[in-house]
Design a protein around this ligand. Structure first.
Ligand SMILES: O=C(O)c1ccccc1N[C@@H]1O[C@H](COP(=O)(O)O)[C@@H](O)[C@H]1O
Length: 213
């Protein structure tokens, strides 16, 4: 099994970004969603975007965003991809992809096998599917809560699109998650934090090492 691509999400300071780069992560996630403890101000996003330039991919995370927010975030942080983590439709994903000319990653919440099969409705509209645990109704966030789903729902899945695994991954479980799902990309936020929104540079290094086995 080849090594997975790795995304460290919720990067909000230089030390965390530098740790992700040093650990050879492929993508840094910048959150543009006000209720999140990882939400970035545009000025901070601009500084992190410059620091990341040419060293790691910059993925902007949005939840049902207005076009203006996406435009401002792209301009500030020079994003390389747009991650949609809410109830966006394939039509909305396609519209953002066309308008901004960037790859779109679409998070798909999973509780049942049908959720996995349904991801193919984004074929042609998004560039990558990110399977994540579904957060409970009424939860503060639609992701980034360290929740795991049943990984066996993905075993043997052959979708039409590139994909990745998110949801409650950590240095302790990412190898098992990969063994079960064979995910070509793994995405983590809470699992490399010492408290919500506080990235831990040692956990970032440990996660990248464990993901590669
Ligand atoms: O990180 C957030 O604050 C966040 C907010 C709103 C939607 C998604 C969010 N994070 C993403 O959720 C998954 C799983 O995160 P975790 O590892 O379980 O904490 C991941 O893609 C995060 O980028």
């Amino acid at each position: 099994m080849s090594a997975p691509a790795i995304k460290i999400c919720g990067i909000d300071r230089a030390a965390a970004l530098d740790a992700a780069i040093a650990a050879r992560a492929d993508h840094a996630g910048f959150v543009f969603f006000a209720p999140s403890p990882r939400n970035l101000a545009l000025a901070d996003a601009a500084a992190l975007g410059r620091r990341a330039s040419g060293r790691i991919g910059r993925v902007g995370l949005f939840v049902e965003p207005a076009d203006d927010l996406v435009a401002e975030a792209i301009a500030a942080a020079s994003l390389d991809a747009i991650q949609l983590h809410g109830d966006e439709t394939p039509e909305r994903a396609a519209a953002l992809k066309t308008r901004f000319g960037l790859p779109v990653w679409k998070a798909v919440p999973v509780t049942r096998r049908e959720d996995v099969a349904g991801a193919d409705r984004f074929a042609g509209a998004a560039d990558l599917i990110l399977f994540d645990a579904r957060t409970p109704r009424g939860a503060a966030l639609p992701g980034g809560m360290g929740l795991v789903f049943d990984w066996t729902l993905l075993s043997g899945w052959r979708g039409q699109m590139p994909w990745g695994l998110a949801g409650g991954l950590s240095p302790a479980n990412v190898a098992e998650a990969r063994a079960i799902t064979r995910a070509p990309l793994v995405d983590v936020s809470s699992g490399v934090e010492s408290a919500p929104g506080v990235k831990d540079t040692r956990l970032i290094a440990a996660f990248c090492s464990a993901a590669r086995g």
